[in-house]
Every structure is written in C-alpha cells, then in structure tokens.
Design a protein around this ligand. Structure first.
Ligand code: G3H
Ligand code: ZN
Length: 287
C-alpha cells in the first residue's frame, strides 16, 4: 500500500525504532526491497535519487512501476515512494508523477532561501497529503552528484526549518555518504541531542546509513532518529554477488547468461542486506 511517510515515522519515533529508506535503481532492486519488507512485515521507504530517476527513464516510469508492483506482488505493508535529495524542480516533478513523499535538499542554499523554498513546499505537500523531508547542515561525501561538505547542523536552524511544518528533518551530524573512511570520528551525538532538544517530536533522519557501527545506529535511534537511509551497502552487496557468479563462470554454464539468472544472486544479496538493516533498525513486525 503506497502511503505518505508521516504515519510510519511517527509510529517509529514513538516506538523507538527506525524505518529504513532503501534507494532503488531498477526493477530488481525495487522487487527485492518490497518482497523483503512484506516478508518481515516492516514498513519501508523506497528512495529515488534524481540520478536514479533519470536512469529509470523518469519519475513517471518509476511511479508507475512501483504502484503496479505493489499491486501485483500483493504488498500489504506501508510503502512510501520518496524522492531522495531532491532539487526544488525535482520535487515538483515527483509530486506530479505521484510520489507519496519527497525530500527537498535545500542545504546548499543560504538558510533564508532554504526556509523560503521549504515553506512553499510544506504548503503544496500538505494539500496533497505528501510527506516532506528537509535538510539542515550537510551530509559529507557524494551521492549521485550531490556533494556535501559534512558540516554539522546548527540546532537553531533546524528549529527554524522544523517549525515550518515539515514531516521529518535530516540534520548533518558527521554522517557521510558512501563508505566511511578509517579515520572517521563517528556520529556527533552532541549535535544530535542539541537538535532533538530544539525540534522536540520531529522525526529525525540519518543519511549515510552504510557502514555505521551498530551501537551508533542504536544510540541515534534512542535520540530521535526514526528514518535511516541506506544506498551504497545494497550496491556493494549486489556487485559482490554478481562478481562471484561471473568469476565462478556460472554465466557461461547452461543458460547462466540469461539476465533473469545473471541478476538473481545480486537480487538475493540486496534482500539479505535489507533484512539485516530492518532487523538492526527494529522495524520488523511493525507494519
Ligand atoms: O540519501 C541516501 C543515503 O543517505 C544513503 O547513504 O549510500 O551511504 O548508504 P549511503
Ligand atoms: Zn543521503
């Protein structure tokens, strides 16, 4: 069932667990995430970056595919289709295409402009029943061309944005997209606690969910994180399983080159990663 992310995140915040956002890239990715969520009776958010949206030929194609798949796979758990790190223009395109949730990443604008644009989108989303994520501070590293410096969010700016009525807030707390470097200092729980103090009940979002140690994930959830984004880890699992299949020569045996066979190990690997994350985030059985 395609829904806004609002209710599932409020339940997660109250129940002290987090809903995973898993970014999708194609049919196999989408199917793997949806089937795992259904099997584990977990709510789930399908993330679509602007780059992935283009790759899948456009937001309307993505939206149609996800809606049809939810129906044909009999997915009963709550599913949100969410634009990840959206530009101002991208947000409007996804609203038009029928997404149930969007992220406006205005973190690279001066705070006044971020506020102004977020405010406008709050009104549009409220009218359409779409959930809206905003970002303050920035997530380090690079994801699909979105580059962040990784500065921690200013808690007062977080309050300014939260007070506009967004559904959820992504605050930079030392998190990074992609693999974490060896010398990574870890999440800034000081920043997270200060943000939480200012924004009260607002569900918080942790980006860069790949490779964060379990104890830090659990602590972040205890401090108000209700949504955790994972992208790179599924890509790494997919690539690793596909490489092993090819290196073992299985693509050359029998009909192993058939894409339905060739892509199967990678698809199963995505399912395993999603399962592991849902168990860690505590969302299993919460649908
Ligand atoms: O927006 C998506 C994420 O923040 C994913 O980060 O690729 O490090 O898992 P990741
Ligand atoms: Zn992100």
């Amino acid at each position: 069932m395609l829904v806004s992310a609002k209710e599932m995140l409020e339940k997660a915040r109250d129940g002290k667990y987090a809903v995973g956002q898993f970014n999708i890239n194609n049919l196999e990715w989408t199917k793997a995430v949806l089937l795992t969520a259904e099997e584990l009776k977990s709510p789930v958010i399908l993330g679509v970056s602007e780059g992935a949206g283009k790759y899948m030929t456009g937001y309307k194609t993505v939206s149609a595919m996800v809606k049809a798949m939810i129906g044909e796979l009999n997915i009963t758990v709550p599913v949100a289709l969410h634009l990840d790190h959206g530009s101002y223009e991208g947000c409007y395109k996804c609203i038009e295409a029928g997404f149930s949730s969007i992220m406006f990443d205005g973190s690279h604008y001066p705070i006044e402009e971020n506020v102004e644009k977020t405010k406008e989108l709050v009104a549009v989303c409220a009218e359409k029943g779409i959930s809206l994520e905003a970002e303050v501070g920035s997530i380090g590293g690079e994801e699909d061309g979105v580059v962040g410096m990784g500065e921690c969010a200013d808690p007062n700016e977080c309050k300014q944005i939260a007070d506009l009525g967004v559904t959820m807030l992504a605050a930079g707390i030392g998190n990074i997209h992609g693999k974490y470097p060896e010398n990574w200092a870890g999440l800034s729980f000081e920043t997270l606690a200060a943000v939480k103090d200012k924004v009260g009940d607002m569900p918080l979002v942790l980006h860069g969910g790949t490779g964060i140690p379990e104890d830090q994930i659990k602590k972040a959830i205890s401090l108000g994180v209700a949504k955790i984004n994972v992208n790179t880890e599924c890509q790494l699992s997919f690539a690793d399983a596909t490489r092993k299949y090819i290196e073992a020569g299985k693509d050359l045996a029998g009909k192993g080159f058939d894409p339905r066979k060739l892509l199967a190990p990678g698809t199963e690997a995505i399912k395993a990663t999603v399962k592991e994350k849902m168990e860690l985030f505590g969302s299993v059985g919460k649908a």
